[in-house]
Write a protein that binds this ligand. Structure first.
Ligand SMILES: [Fe+2]
Length: 277
């Protein structure tokens, strides 16, 4: 399996603090059946993407692991103004193995209209955007139509594997399973930060998907698609996405509805019909 999102580089963000812990994470990943890891340090308001330091530590990891895993480099790229400007001026910086695929993450606090424009600019500059863990974002949970529009625009979706079985709470679990059922997911990844509390486990997600959607889907989300990204190739043909958000998910909207009502806002149907085909 290929993990596109893993905070393996030590001492640069909220991933492992030291080499020893990073090596434990890498060995745990290999034991889980992962063969390739894209190391994805944050570039955000909190963490500066210090490329020389990151590359130096990546080399240390490669040396210490003696070929146990194939390590690549990407970035957990936060869509803030400074990052966007820098990426636009320096394509393909931040993309996975400098081959164009870019993991983008969003604030939990807002997705302003100008962000859509910035995403278009990045795409026009050559980046192929991968939306990271939308199932965990409270705005996208409330407004899945935003995600639908992005998918229609050709952006790709990466879900955190453990969201599917409840690691990030009931709402993320229901949302991610709905995305899975509708073929709105292109990649599963670990988003590993720690050996125990954010572990580099993908096997459980692979098996979960196999059981729910079949082995071919698990292979596509955990092997075929992420390998194409790792190597900078186009994705193979994907199944058609089921596009009608016209159902209420049992139990899904209750918390959100309560929150919306508490905020005194009008409450539209959470999953409304978005497009017909
Ligand atoms: Fe991450």
């Amino acid at each position: 399996m290929i993990d596109l999102h893993h905070h393996l580089v030590y001492g640069v963000d909220d991933g492992p603090a030291d080499l020893e812990t990073a090596l434990k994470m890498a060995r745990a990943a290999a034991a889980d059946g992962i063969t390739h890891i894209v190391c994805t340090p944050h570039a955000s308001d909190d963490y500066f993407y210090d490329l020389p330091v990151i590359e130096e530590r990546l080399e240390v990891l490669r040396r210490e692991l003696h070929g146990l895993l194939t390590l690549g480099l990407g970035c957990d790229f936060h869509l803030n103004a400074r990052n966007i400007e820098d990426a636009l001026a320096n394509f393909p910086r931040y993309s996975i193995n400098a081959r164009g695929y870019l993991l983008v993450e969003f604030s939990d606090l807002g997705i302003p209209p100008q962000l859509h424009h910035a995403m278009e600019q990045l795409a026009n500059a050559g980046y192929k955007l991968i939306i990271t863990h939308p199932e965990r974002n409270p705005i996208l949970q409330r407004k899945p139509e935003i995600l639908s529009d992005w998918l229609k625009g050709g952006y790709l979706v990466q879900v955190t594997a453990s969201s599917l079985y409840g690691r990030f709470g009931a709402t993320a679990q229901r949302f991610s399973n709905e995305l899975l059922d509708r073929d709105w997911i292109h990649f599963l990844a670990t988003d590993a930060h720690h050996v125990e509390w954010r572990p580099p486990h993908l096997r459980k997600g692979f098996e979960y998907v196999s059981k729910r959607k079949g082995a071919a889907t698990a292979e596509r989300l955990c092997v075929t698609n992420p390998l194409a990204v790792f190597e900078g190739r186009a994705l193979p043909a994907q199944p058609e996405m089921a596009g009608l958000w016209d159902c209420e998910l049992p139990g899904f909207s209750a918390t959100q509805d309560a929150r919306t009502q508490a905020e005194g806002k009008a409450k539209p149907g959470l999953f409304k019909r978005l497009f017909n085909r």
